[in-house]
Write a protein that binds this ligand. Sequence first.
Ligand code: AMP
Ligand code: GLY
Length: 426
Amino acid sequence: MNVLVVGSGGREHALCWALSKSDQINSLFCAPGNGGIEEVANCVSLDIADNQAIVRFCQEKEIGFVVVGPEAPLVAGLVDTLDKAGISSFGPRAAAAALEGSKGFMKDLCRDYNIPTAAYERFSDAGSAKDYLKNQSFPIVIKADGLAAGKGVIIAQNLQEAEETVDEIFGGLFGGAGAEIVIEEFMTGEEASFFVLTDGENILPLATAQDHKAVGDGDTGPNTGGMGAYSPAPVMDDAMIKQTIETIIKPTVAAMKDRGCPYTGVLYAGLMITSEGPKLIEYNVRFGDPECQVLCARMDSDLLPALMATANGTLASTVLDWKPDPALVVVMAAEGYPGSYVKNTEINGLSQANATENVIVLHAGTKKEDNKILSTGGRVLGVTASGASVTDAQTSAYTAISKIDWPEGFCRKDIGWRAVKREQEQ
Ligand code: AMP
Ligand code: GLY
């Protein structure tokens, strides 16, 4: 079978790397891909916002299955369009992708079906949002309703900051994504990411992971798309996983079916492990990036049949094996990220880094030009390592990074610190 992966980030490199090991695939394509994906798939320059162009490409190349990586094409209905053309694909339809595409939709679903999440209210004008804020305690969390590339969440420390934030969002800070806002209670606890595949009815739990959203060491500074991650997340022990499935995941899958928009694909729950148990921070309708990198590093089964069973409604009979060893990914970003950064800087030493034992360097924002690898994005590389412990994986990842020659890049030096500390205490 010929398979197309849609996307160009580290997540898509990880998916292509995993899928390239499948003996069920004749030709693997990636649109548009990147400088690293080229090594494992045929990269094609397609506009992934153009659903019809993707359909035409699939017909031309006899693509039997499409794996949609990022959220934007899912929210824009790529899976619906592929369905209409009779092309099987992995990911939710637009109506179900609203779980990520509209925070208000997600929160209302939680309220209606008793799914634990932060208390909240929705607003579509600044006046009523500010009236509400007068009687709240702080810090408080203000979110743009729509997709804002992971940046649409602001934690306001006091009333003044909160009012300014409301004005900024309604003033266009996040464009159309901020036409509506959600104001919610600030929760405290440790964060974890939990992933399941679901075909709309059955659930197949994947591994747990923890990512580091803040740009700076010690989890300081502004939030990013994720500066590193590791799997498993020690805070997600068996009891916590069970509680999450029973109180959050199963009720969500049942609720989506009940609402007439059954959810199929990977459901990524961002969790806060509070003193009252796991609570949902947000849903994403795709694999996490860079969490996908560590999930793929730990996967010990062919990924393709599991993704196809998710799409075809046959997940009940699917088993996925996982390597017990933890994996850890350190993201290398362009200096300045998550603010403005320079592009097209040259990166050397990648083959030496890749040759480090138990390490694979996945590309997130690169292109190959004249046999040189150049940076094209904010997050540029994901150095992914496995090890007998998180500490070992961390050592291997940073050993590989020391071989990368990229003066315009940087990374956090402490990815995995919570798990490493736990391992030292044991
Ligand atoms: P989100 O994009 O919704 O995942 O939010 C980004 C980050 O903001 C999360 O990973 C949390 O660190 C933080 N956050 C979001 N909502 C809350 C909340 N209700 N309480 C505390 N922190 C939150
Ligand atoms: N790593 C966070 C995300 O993919 O949204």
